[in-house]
Design a protein around this ligand. Structure first.
Ligand code: TXA
Ligand code: MG
Length: 326
């Protein structure tokens, strides 16, 4: 799919959303805002549209696609009954939680979606634009993060354009994503549920609300390639838990910040040391620093507390800093 600089920027109003739904029905790809990050929407029942998603993102074929629905009743048409997933959806949907469940035999989902694993990752987003789009479209939409594979996720329409302009039909501009980090993914197909990807819903919350013990996955590249060691990465190198920037380094601060003055370029995740605000700003700051450093050099990052949302921020920072594939 070639759109040569013709990617439409749509308003998040009724006209824009109707246009987006019409493009999706034609098998085109349209990026849309969610409360976590922007998703790359395509008809989840179309072999061609879902194949185009892999092509446009440069995504490895074996990495399955997440599916967005309005709620559990819609998900139930495509998946086998799963009491735990239903309980979690009852508590967190619509919201930043994705459940992995078994596909129903002969479900209408495209084979590309499941990557041949017989399971599917489902999420009902809370963002009003995403909800309206799902309603207008009237079916399930795949929605991997709307960035080039391995790159930092997009939290504004401008980020989507920077990665995908000319490759997709349209982006709905809903402004910055409120949360800024991807959903928590829980695999509900195993005896003891496994958190495949940390996110805005914490492990402690999951256990407290459901009364079930959850396990944090070891890196499992077969089942959830979003957990590849190197992911969410800027072009610049990353140096974590830094006390101060070294000569020429970019600086990403947190809280009372002593490094900024000495850095070549400096941004703060949250001057107040607020972890929610830091999550909201993380990807945007990484993209901005990367750009200002010309995609070279190093971004040094202040220590982030290993509590609450800080656990997820540190998870993403470690993946951004991990050794890159050649
Ligand atoms: O917050 C989010 O989840 C965002 C927004 C747009 O909804 N989406 C997102 O999609 O982060 P993506 O594709 O970048 O990450 C989804 C992850 C991938 O790492 C993929 O490997 C994993 O979900 N996944 C998808 N289907 C799976 C399955 N059947 N079993 C295990 N993991 C799966
Ligand atoms: Mg992604």
């Amino acid at each position: 799919m070639q759109h040569e600089d013709s990617t439409e920027l749509l308003m998040p109003d009724a006209t824009g959303i109707q246009r987006a739904a019409a493009l999706l029905r034609d098998g085109e790809l349209v990026a849309f805002p969610t409360e976590t990050v922007y998703g790359l929407g395509a008809d989840a029942t179309s072999a061609d549209a879902t194949a185009a998603v892999f092509e446009v993102k440069g995504r490895p074929r074996q990495n399955p696609l997440i599916v967005h629905v309005s709620g559990w009743a819609d998900a139930a048409a495509f998946v086998e009954p799963n009491p735990l997933a239903e309980l979690l959806a009852g508590r967190w949907w619509p919201g930043p939680l994705t459940v992995v469940v078994r596909c129903r035999e002969g479900s209408a989902l495209a084979t590309n979606v499941t990557g041949g694993q017989g399971t599917v990752a489902m999420r009902a987003p809370e963002h009003s634009v995403a909800r309206e789009l799902l309603e207008q479209f009237g079916g399930p939409l795949v929605g991997p993060s709307a960035n080039l594979s391995g790159h930092v996720s997009a939290t504004t329409a401008a980020h989507v354009m920077a990665d995908l302009q000319g490759r997709i039909a349209a982006v709905i501009d809903g402004g910055p994503c409120p949360l800024g980090i991807e959903s928590t993914i829980v695999d509900c197909t195993t005896g003891r549920p496994i958190v495949l990807r940390q996110g805005m819903v914490g492990l402690a919350d999951l256990t407290a609300e459901s009364g079930v013990e959850f396990e944090l996955s070891r890196v499992d590249t077969e089942r959830s390639p979003g957990s590849f060691p190197s992911h969410y990465a800027p072009r610049a190198a990353m140096r974590l838990n830094a006390d101060a920037p070294r000569a020429g380094e970019g600086w990403l601060g947190f809280g009372a910040d002593t490094g900024a003055a000495a850095a070549a370029v400096a941004l703060s995740l949250s001057a107040d040391g607020d972890l929610q605000e830091a999550a909201h700003n993380l990807y945007s700051c990484l993209r901005q620093l990367d750009e200002r450093l010309g995609g070279q050099g190093t971004i040094a990052v202040s220590p982030i507390p290993e509590t609450g949302v800080g656990l997820t921020i540190n998870d993403r920072l470690r993946r951004a800093a991990a050794p890159r594939e050649p």
